[in-house]
Design a protein around this ligand. Sequence first.
Ligand code: SAM
Length: 319
Amino acid sequence: MKQHDKGGGNGAQAESRGEPQGHGEQASEGAGKLYVVATPIGNLADISARALALLAQADLIAAEDTRNTAHLLAHHGIRAKLVALHEHNEMQRAAELVARMAAGETIALVSDAGTPAISDPGALLVARARAAGIAVCPIPGANAAIAALSAAGLAAPHFLFYGFLPVKPAARRAALEQLRELPYALVFYEAPHRVIECVAALTAVLGGAREIVIARELTKLFETIHLCTLDQAEAWLAADANRQRGEFVLIVSGARAEAQEGLPAEAERVLRLLLAQLPLKQAAALAAAISGARRNELYARALALRNAGEFAGKAPDNG
Ligand code: SAM
C-alpha cells in the first residue's frame, strides 16, 4: 500500500466490531494483498468510498482495459499505476502479480464494468493468489445481474446466474435444455447483436408462457426494464431498433412460475369462465382480483390454455 491502510479507511471501525480484516487464515506473513474491486456498470458514481480509497492507495491496479480504468480514475481524481490483465494474458500476468504481492505489494483487481471474475477475467489471478497464501479481499459493488434482479419485480426467491449462453445455436439449445426444468429464475447476459436470436432460442426451448425481464443499459441514460412473456419479447425488441442497442441482462422466470398445475382449483375455474368472455389479459387481471391468485400466474396459465387451442376464438387480446 502506498500508505498504511486496513481496507479503505474503515479498518479501525471493523476491528472495533471484532470483524475480520480480510487477512485470510493462511495469509503469508509480510505478503501484500489482492483487493477485488467492483467498479460501475455505467454510471460512474456507482462506486463505493472504500473502493475509491483502495484504488488510490494500491501499489498497482490490474485492469481489464487500462484505458477504461484510467477514465474512471480520472473522473474521481485518482492517479494510479495500471497494468493490463485480460483473458489473453491472465495466465502469465497472474504469476508476475502473485510474485509482487508475495514481496509485499498491494494490488487492486478491476474489470471494465461491475465485479471482476463475474463473466469477466480475474478468477485465475484470485485462485493463484489464494494458492500462494496471499489474502484476497472482495470490495463489493455493482453487478449487472444483481442490479437487474433487484429491479425486475419477479417474485422469485431463487435464481440461477448463467451469464453468457453459447453463441452457436446447437450448443445454446443444449445449454437451455439443461435449464428448462429448473424452478429458478434464469439470469443471462447477452450482447446487443445477438439479443433477438437469444430471445428466440429462449422461447423455443423454454416455451412462450414464461415471463422475461429485459433489462437494458442499467444505470445509463437509456435504461429500460421491460417485463413481458417470452412469446411477446421478440416482437417488443423488433418494434424499435433502439430496444436492441446497448447492454442486456435477460431474466426468465423459472419452470415452476408457469404454475400450470399449481393454480388453485377456484382460480382455474374463474379464469376459464372469464376467458370464455374476455380478452386474455383482462380475464387474467379479473381472475386475479376475484380469486386472489397471482396475476402473472393466471396470465401464464391463460396463455398456455390459448396456445393449447382452448379459447382460441375469443375476443382478441391487445396486451
Ligand atoms: N462483471 C460484470 C458484472 O459484474 O456484471 C459483467 C461483465 S460481462 C463481460 C458484460 C455483460 O454484462 C454485458 O454484455 C451485459 O450482458 C451485462 N451488463 C454489463 N453492464 C450492463 C448494464 N449497464 N446494463 C445491462 N447489462 C449490463
